[in-house]
Design a protein around this ligand. Structure first.
Ligand SMILES: Cc1cc2nc3c(=O)[nH]c(=O)nc-3n(C[C@H](O)[C@H](O)[C@H](O)COP(=O)(O)O)c2cc1C
Length: 381
């Protein structure tokens, strides 16, 4: 449940509670209710649904504080004066639908204060019916969420900058470092130490690109903009290719990687690039946390409906605490990469979300002897 849904549910409960008190008809309760509304730091507005154009018949002091409009300036008017002609907003379409269908809704709107300044208004709207079930009023609850929205906008802006302004120079540095050694004048050799420095530059920029890619993926996932495709895929070939692309990395730590797979396996239904990303994460993680001279094994198995891939390492395994939070956002685990590799801490969280979007699952167990096994399952095509 999102923040808005949650606060809407809480408000709904509070209103139901108030209805109960009102029904009791006790003047003390009515007084308490009025004081609560006056003391509220959320704007509270009531419109009469039986009058033409649904005018406001009540606004509390917080509404004046948020919008700058006094009670006298707004009573008898429809609350649309707050959008100053910007009536074409997705949130307002939802308001119109909810009002037509006489149901509650929660939206965030672009509104304007009396002094003309913009503010983001989190509006919760609910119908009020009389004993005969006839709609009589709407109650609106307004919260100024401008600082939260501005923070989200800043976050979005940062990710835009990260994607366009940081990615391309990093790519250029990596390319330059890669080609530098190859362009020494004919007949000269490049100092080994210089090659080592260039390799470090290339490795570190690759890591930085990986971190940026993870942040961008998270942003895309959170915004619900991650595009997925689905096609029958040969799991063994996909994992073989990923193992192959990690062969040099594994060799640099003297780690032996091998794959066990039945001779015939039916294809799985998945997104090629996203599954490759998951496989890359699991295999590079296994290498990252493995000591030198150990083994990483990939095992593929199939039952009648699903395929399962296990990636096992001989590293230190995960603590109880790490097992609980390993797929969480920004989870810093207690284990450290064995060669100082850097990452965003987002990789496994992204894997989990990508697997779920493909109808798959992901998990981890500690091996009975040594190390951990990360596993995924996917539906067969
Ligand atoms: C009780 C109540 C409170 C409302 N509060 C707001 C508000 O704070 N901001 C806003 O933009 N619209 C608010 N609205 C919605 C507008 O008054 C209006 O109903 C909506 O824009 C649809 O009308 P339109 O099609 O003329 O735009 C509220 C409506 C009601 C009934």
């Amino acid at each position: 449940m999102g923040d808005t849904d949650q606060s809407a549910a809480e408000l709904r409960r509070a209103i139901d509670e108030l209805h109960l008190h009102l029904a009791a008809g006790d003047p003390q309760h009515d007084q308490l209710l009025e004081r609560a509304i006056i003391a509220s730091c959320s704007g509270i507005t009531i419109a009469d649904a039986r009058l033409p154009d649904m005018p406001l018949i009540y606004t509390n002091p917080a509404f004046t504080q948020i919008t700058g409009y006094t009670v006298a300036e707004v009573l008898g008017r429809n609350c649309r004066f707050l959008h100053r002609g910007e009536g074409d907003q997705p949130g307002l379409d939802e308001v119109r639908r909810a009002m037509r269908e006489q149901r509650e809704c929660a939206v965030t709107l672009r509104n304007y204060r009396k002094d003309g300044s913009l503010f983001w208004n989190e509006l919760y709207l609910a119908p009020i019916h009389d004993d005969g079930g006839i709609l009589t009023h709407f109650i609106g609850i307004q919260n100024d969420v401008t600082s939260r929205v501005e923070l989200e906008e800043a976050r979005e802006f940062f990710f835009q900058v990260a994607s366009h302004d940081l990615k391309s120079p990093l790519h250029a540095i990596r390319l330059a470092a890669g080609t530098f050694g190859a362009i020494a004048p004919v007949g000269t050799t490049v100092d080994e130490r210089l090659l080592g420095v260039l390799e470090t530059i290339a490795k570190r920029t690759r890591e930085m690109q990986g971190i940026i890619d993870d942040y961008l993926d998270l942003q895309t996932l959170d915004a619900g903009r991650m595009k997925m495709s689905s096609a029958p895929l040969a799991l063994n070939r996909l994992f073989e290719a990923v193992l192959e692309s990690n062969a040099e990395y594994a060799a640099s730590k003297r780690i032996e990687v091998h794959q066990e797979c039945p001779a015939e396996i039916p294809p799985v239904q998945a997104d090629d690039r996203k599954l490759t990303q998951v496989a890359q994460n699991l295999i590079s993680n296994a290498i990252k946390f493995s000591p030198s001279d150990s083994r990483v094994a990939v095992r593929i198995s199939v039952d009648d409906q699903r395929a399962r891939v296990e990636v096992s390492d001989e590293g230190p395994g995960l603590t109880e605490d790490d097992l609980r939070k390993v797929f969480g956002k920004f989870s810093r685990l207690s284990n450290k990469p064995t060669a100082g590799e850097k990452s965003s801490g987002l990789g496994l969280h992204i894997c989990k979300r990508l697997m779920e979007m493909q109808g798959g699952e992901i998990g981890v167990v500690n091996n009975s002897d040594q190390g951990a096994t990360f596993w995924i399952t996917l539906p067969l095509a």
